[in-house]
Design a protein around this ligand. Structure first.
Ligand code: HSE
Length: 328
């Protein structure tokens, strides 16, 4: 069954379709609020796109793994806004029809809005004959993210677009750098059943912080990025738990935070932190088998304090948004 919202059905002039996957991403990574994010594999949103003769963007929502309440207009949808920005950037006539299958719950902390935005932008680009490189789609994905979170932060959309680890300016997100990871990075993830809206989790943060804490975070972020570059996951794990500015405030929104973090560390994780505005937490594992054990321990700890949770074992994904198919 398909749920259709704000759809303009255009059968005449519908061209071959392209299907694109937009992956999940971890953001902030501890002391890197709005500045550091990592694309992860195995989870994401999917968009099929067609070029149409009818101008503008139309979106329909296919049933997917996640039940959600979709926006009512394309200009309220992260994928719709990202695709519309790409279309406007080409100056081409006609329009695009998108079909979104939501795989990542919104409000989970693993980049659900970003996955849709990058899938929308890349699908639009491919359906239009690939006039742009990924680098030229940065503005489009930032515009898509801003619809959902009220801010143009790039620490989810840029890793989801490019893949891998991305360091991005928190104040000028069109300035960014990909940080190569020298070896696989096994990750245990847990998503407790608590919904946190990014807009609200941003609004509760203090506008002013002690200079000593700001300086501490700046230094910890530098150590963290250096450790990522070196493949020193043990140091990454320690430094990603060093945030003094944001995570301590947001942890109060996640009733199982302390229990899950302790369970991950007891199970052998190098470190454990909130991703984005939560409630998901991720832990770095010494190896893939450890990641499965750590994920189970985190899920169990959340359940033990009365919060149902889902676990996932994943790893850094180096590819980012990609085509997965097409139809004539
Ligand atoms: N950096 C963002 C935040 C990520 O923490 O608010 C959530 O989209």
């Amino acid at each position: 069954m398909q749920q259709e919202v704000g759809v303009v059905e255009v059968e005449m002039g519908v061209k071959a379709s392209i299907t694109v996957f937009g992956p999940a991403s971890l953001s902030n990574m501890g002391p890197g609020y709005d500045a550091l994010g990592l694309c992860v594999g195995g989870w994401g949103d999917e968009i099929e796109a067609w070029r149409t003769d009818e101008p503008g963007i139309s979106i329909e929502y296919a049933e997917g793994p996640v039940a959600w309440d979709p926006p009512h207009e394309p200009d309220e949808d992260t994928a719709g806004v990202a695709a519309a920005t790409v279309l406007a950037q080409t100056g081409a006539g006609g329009g695009l029809r998108l079909r979104l299958r939501k795989g990542i719950p919104l409000g989970s902390g693993v980049g659900g809005s970003a996955a849709s935005a990058v899938a929308g932008a890349w699908a639009a680009n491919l359906a239009l004959g690939q006039p742009f490189t990924k680098v030229e789609l940065v503005e489009a994905v930032l515009a898509g993210e801003a619809v959902a979170s009220g801010s143009r932060h790039g620490d989810n959309v840029l890793p989801a677009l490019f893949g891998g680890l991305v360091l991005v300016s928190a104040t000028e997100p069109s300035r960014y750098r990909r940080i190569p990871l020298p070896r696989p990075l096994p990750i245990a993830l847990v998503v407790p059943e608590v919904s946190i809206l990014t807009k609200e989790a941003r609004a509760i943060l203090p506008q002013q912080v002690p200079l000593r804490d700001a300086v501490h975070n700046a230094a910890e972020l530098a150590f963290l990025v250096d450790a990522f570059r070196c493949g020193d996951w043990e140091t990454v794990g320690q430094r990603m738990m060093a945030d003094r500015l944001v995570e301590p405030v947001r942890a109060r929104l996640v009733p199982c935070y302390d229990a899950v973090r302790q369970a991950a560390l007891d199970a052998g994780a190098f470190g454990c932190a909130l991703t984005g505005s939560g409630p998901a937490l991720y832990a770095l594992a010494p190896g893939a088998a450890d990641a499965a054990r750590i994920s189970e321990a985190m899920v169990e700890a959340s359940r033990a304090v009365g919060i149902p949770a889902t676990g996932l074992v994943t790893e850094a994904d180096d590819e980012g948004a990609r085509a997965t198919g097409g139809n004539d």
